[in-house]
Design a binder for this molecule. Structure first.
Ligand SMILES: [Mg+2]
Length: 162
């Protein structure tokens, strides 16, 4: 099952308002300035260890190469990345209907974690589950893992029915 994370305000947070992973060492800290929410590498590896595919779904224009490069410094390898370019190219090009900024269901993503309530609210209509996260939360890893387990149960039940 696929789980995706938004970047800004979810995995990338400000050290002023949130607990963060240590900054990278020079010179990597000059290339990659974003700071990761504390526990991000551990959570992603834990989810992958439990058999989930972990993706990034961001409406930012950061390149796939940049995102992969940054996370590689923290020992994290994503299974897939959707940025604004890819989203527009694959979903919006040649289409007259304006889709939401993110359509995780089009990538078979069953659970998407985002800070924006509007994106989470599309889940019901478009067919994906969402977990809203923005404020600092010391228990966020446990909560995301629990939510993923809950969605996986439903998802497996649906698969059997098909
Ligand atoms: Mg965001």
């Amino acid at each position: 099952m696929r789980v995706s994370f938004d970047l800004d305000e979810v995995l990338f947070v400000s050290p002023v308002t949130h607990k963060t992973e240590p900054a990278l060492r020079f010179p990597m800290n000059k290339i990659y300035k974003e700071r990761l929410r504390l526990g991000t590498p551990e959570l992603i590896r834990e989810l992958q260890g439990q058999g989930y595919e972990v993706w990034v779904y961001t409406s930012s224009y950061r390149s796939e190469r940049y995102i992969r490069g940054l996370f590689r410094c923290y020992g994290v390898r994503f299974d897939g990345i959707v940025n604004a370019m890819r989203h527009l190219e694959e979903n919006q090009k040649g289409s007259s209907t304006i889709l939401p900024q993110k359509v995780p269901n089009r990538y078979q993503i069953a659970l998407h974690v985002d800070d924006e309530s509007v994106i989470c609210s599309y889940g019901r209509e478009y067919g994906f589950e969402a977990y809203q996260l923005d404020a600092p939360d010391d228990k966020w890893k446990e909560k995301v893992i629990a939510k993923a387990a809950e969605v996986r149960k439903k998802w497996e039940r649906k698969k059997i029915q098909k």
